[in-house]
Design a protein around this ligand. Structure first.
Ligand code: FAD
Length: 380
């Protein structure tokens, strides 16, 4: 029996971040990862400057590039937003090993080739069934953390409802000659997607061109068409399904005498306006680590809930925008609004929203129109 142990299911961004924090707090931690070794799939990701605050010096190992400007395009119009704090382009295949080393240095044990199968309450805590290198094993723990992604088996086993997901596909391309290496491009094309296309440069040679859609096959076709239209060749493909945050997912459940927690994509801790899950997943991981270490009620959790809800409001506002609304949006991004957007990051969405609306009240009307379009289409 090993009931002072915290078992974390999923050795990826949210799981290793939680493992490091909990092990640093003095608990015995074991991370279970179904993959055979630490070779995460490559993904070029964009995060706000908060990433550096969260990871400290360890952030540097995964940073490929810094973004100082956004260019927005729709229907022949364009707007530019300079960022006072640069966004960071990071490589997931470098981030995950860096996080794993940090967790191990703090004392966490990592078991690869170990698949979580299910859990049940036992006399002192939680009983965990796993398959390890082809053999079934039984483990015991005081707490179990589900960091096993959007299709979390921990969540299903402990009674959480499944989270909705959308497909995200991106292609690695040569950086177009007319695109500066410090600039992210965003295209709103409502005929293709209610979200957007983006181009994020990872170096002077390479960039990731991606899109979020609603149907997997359609999304890949849209990206292929868009690449062709822009005259870009895909060098490599990256993609997976990402959770859509629609309501707060409670992060803790009592199971017998133990606790089950969810972090990262397993708890849909993804900013649904931009579908970014790294910084918010770390915030969820920090809150769960605080709870396990009984550091008192976590203010981080309340702040994260507010943040995710504001992004849900933004998404609902824009989800049914038609071309005329995007054209108006880009036109309304006047100098004052652009300045506001540049000063506040996407990880401070409430501040961002109020600052923008204060500088450009006409955006309130545009937003209300978007919400009405959404309600009408949901009722039909
Ligand atoms: C192409 C793409 C681009 C993206 N771009 C961005 C971006 O620019 N910015 C951003 O912030 N976010 C981005 N995201 C989202 C971000 O990558 C995710 O939100 C984040 O990686 C989720 O991390 P996680 O640790 O919660 O889950 P995951 O990374 O999904 O990790 C889950 C882990 O659990 C393991 N596992 C699953 N089931 C079991 C089991 N039964 N037993 C044991 N182990 C198990 C898996 O092997 C995996 O290692 C992007 C996602 C994709 C797919």
């Amino acid at each position: 029996m090993d009931n002072d142990k915290v078992i974390i299911v999923g050795g990826s961004a949210a799981g290793f971040y939680t493992a490091a924090k909990v092990a640093e707090g003095g608990k015995r931690v074991r991370v279970l990862e179904s993959r055979a070794e630490l070779e995460p799939a490559s993904r070029t990701l964009i995060v706000t400057s908060h990433f550096r605050n969260q990871l400290g010096a360890a952030a540097n190992e995964s940073v490929l590039n810094e973004i100082r400007r956004f260019e927005l395009f729709t229907d022949g119009r364009t707007a530019q937003i300079a960022l006072s704090k640069p966004d960071l382009i990071i490589e997931r295949a470098k981030l995950i090993p860096a996080l794993a080393r940090q967790a191990q240095r703090a004392g966490a044990e990592i078991s690869f080739k170990t698949r979580f199968l299910g859990l049940s309450p036992n006399a002192n805590g939680i009983h965990v069934q796993v398959e390890s290198s082809g053999r079934n094993e039984e483990l015991d723990a005081e707490s179990v953390v589900g960091a096993d992604g959007a299709a979390s088996r921990v969540a299903r086993s402990a009674g959480w409802a499944p989270v909705e997901t959308v497909p995200l596909v991106q292609a690695i391309v040569r950086l177009p000659k007319d695109c500066p290496v410090d600039t992210t491009r965003v295209w709103f094309v409502p005929d293709d997607t209610p979200y957007f296309y983006w181009l994020i440069p990872e170096s002077a040679e390479r960039a990731a061109l991606g899109v979020i859609g609603e149907d997997g096959r359609d999304t890949t076709h849209c990206l292929a068409r868009f690449l062709e239209k822009k005259g870009m060749e895909p060098l490599e493909w990256q993609g997976a399904r990402i959770p859509v945050y629609k309501r707060w997912v409670r992060v803790k459940r009592r199971l017998g005498k133990g606790n089950v927690y969810l972090v990262g994509d397993a708890a849909a801790q993804v900013k649904v306006s931009t579908v970014g899950g790294i910084v918010t997943g770390f915030r969820g991981a920090q809150a769960v680590a605080d709870s396990i270490l009984q550091a008192g009620p976590s203010r981080e959790l309340l702040a994260l809930r507010r943040e995710l809800s504001t992004h849900w409001l933004l998404r609902r506002t824009m989800h049914h925008f038609q071309q005329e609304h995007y054209s108006r949006l880009v036109d309304l991004l006047n100098a004052a609004t652009r300045e506001t957007l540049s000063e506040v990051t996407r990880d401070e969405s409430t501040r961002l929203l109020w600052n923008v609306l204060r500088h450009q009240p006409q955006l309130v009307l545009l937003g209300l129109r978007g919400l009405l379009l959404g309600w009408n289409s949901e009722r039909r």
